[in-house]
Design a protein around this ligand. Structure first.
Ligand code: ATP
Ligand code: MG
Length: 418
């Protein structure tokens, strides 16, 4: 049974505080889209008439940071999560004078986008009509300034706001964003937008590496990421985004990779595991590493070889190039892959019941579903033993007794800490 999607109460509270301080404030972007499509929103983007400094004042009791150069916005920290709050902006004027000499960027490319504006101006500077719907959860009010957002959402259409070629020239990352929407929701593009995507694909080389990496990370997190990659391939965009994967698309290793990704995403949608970026990176690397290191068909594990971590690192970077994931995520992905060795040496039961290797356990479950089929029912797997709490040395007892119950409650392990 599917639960009704809900706006997280802390988001409504943030909006309410901004409104009570005299500002306009809405939920915008993907969270509104998902909410209206009956999917549970995850990452919330908020937009307000308050400037970053004014937002900071409203939330002076909270952990708030003003970030960004090209696009200044506020990060409000809430229990380990970051909520982005941006100030309404208007569409920037022509920026020909900001072009760097020698760079063959598209004629109308935008380099700065920081001029504040009204809510309506803010809606019109957004990329697609379905991304320009504002939602006020306090008064349960939808504002659709373009007048097309709700209709396009109902008709499953991705439509550029304004002239699509101009909008893709202004910011080529919008091409990728259009294809992402098509893949993730199985929407179609309005013909003008679709023609412009095909015509402007090559502009993507002008997008900055950091923004492309950000998009790669979002796709790796997305529970429909495999469909996004398929869409990229269909439009000839994959060779610009993940050239290695594109060049291997027709191989057994790549179709194994896509099946693993699909299974991983199904498990996220069913709430069986979390949307870990590093696990997605391990999955994308695994079939190519198996092929290269074992020299056998995908799904066949490798023997231990000298310098295995170095080789895995090389293969992982090759698969994800030109994306540059964080070193931390790369290290975590390699740690997960290195545990494949335990699967080989029949220590799999130990691995599956070990609380310290959740990603490796999840990867083994996914591999089993897709390829090995050792276990018929997941439920028959040994449950991981609860992770033992590390004892912190040198801490006073009083410290533990005061903070212990709260942290145990947060981790859901109160019965183990008695
Ligand atoms: P996701 O579910 O991947 O987060 P999203 O649409 O929320 O999708 P974000 O990158 O979080 O994507 O952006 C939030 C909103 O900001 C978008 O919905 C869109 O309205 C606007 N936006 C983002 N990038 C652009 C862009 N390049 N040009 C114009 N508007 C943009
Ligand atoms: Mg978003």
């Amino acid at each position: 049974m599917q639960l009704q999607p809900k706006i997280a109460p802390y988001i409504t509270e943030i909006i309410s505080r901004l409104q009570n301080a005299g500002y306009e404030a809405y939920i915008v972007g993907g969270a509104v889209r998902d909410f209206l499509l009956n999917r549970q929103p995850k990452d919330y983007d908020l937009s307000t008439s308050a400037t970053p400094e004014q937002i900071k004042k409203v939330f002076r009791d909270r952990h708030v940071l003003i970030i960004g150069k090209r696009f200044r916005l506020v990060h409000l920290h809430h229990r380990g999560e970051i909520i982005e709050i941006s100030t309404f902006r208007k569409r920037p004027p022509d920026q020909t004078e900001l072009r760097r000499p020698g760079k063959q960027a598209p004629e109308h490319m935008i380099f700065q986008d920081n001029e504040f504006g009204t809510a309506e101006e803010d809606a019109w500077r957004r990329d697609f009509t379905i991304n320009a719907i504002f939602y006020d959860p306090v008064n349960d009010k939808i504002v659709d300034y373009t007048g097309m957002g709700m209709k396009d959402l109902a008709e499953k259409t991705v439509r550029s706001i304004g002239d699509p070629v101009l909008r893709f020239e202004e910011d080529p990352v919008r091409i990728l964003r259009a294809l992402k929407l098509v893949g993730q929701y199985e929407f179609a593009m309005e013909p003008g937008t679709e023609n412009a995507v095909r015509q402007c694909l090559g502009f993507i080389v002008h997008a900055s590496a950091s923004r492309m990496t950000l998009e790669l990370e979002k796709i790796l997190k997305n529970p429909y990421g495999h469909r996004i990659l398929e869409t990229f391939r269909r439009y000839g965009f994959l060779k610009l985004f993940l050239p290695f994967v594109d060049s291997r698309w027709e191989t057994p290793a790549c179709s194994y990779m896509m099946k693993l990704l699909e299974e991983r995403n199904r498990r996220i949608q069913e709430g069986k595991y979390r949307d870990s970026i590093s696990l997605a990176m391990s999955i994308m690397t695994l079939p190519f590493a198996e092929e290269e290191i074992s020299g056998r068909a995908p799904g066949q594990l490798w023997e231990y070889v000298p310098e295995l971590p170095v080789r895995l690192h090389e293969i992982l970077l090759r698969v994800l190039q030109p994306g540059m994931p964080t070193r931390r995520a790369v290290a975590a992905a390699i740690r997960t892959l290195l545990l494949q060795d335990r699967v080989k040496t029949l220590q799999i039961k130990k691995l599956l019941s070990h609380p310290g290797y959740p990603h490796a356990r999840e990867l083994a479950i996914i591999q089993n579903h897709v390829m090995w089929k050792f276990w018929r029912y997941e439920e028959q797997l040994p449950a991981p033993e609860p992770r033992r709490k590390k004892r912190r040395r040198g801490r006073l007892r009083t410290d533990r007794s005061s903070g212990g119950s709260e942290s145990a409650e947060a981790a859901g392990t109160s019965d183990l800490t008695a």
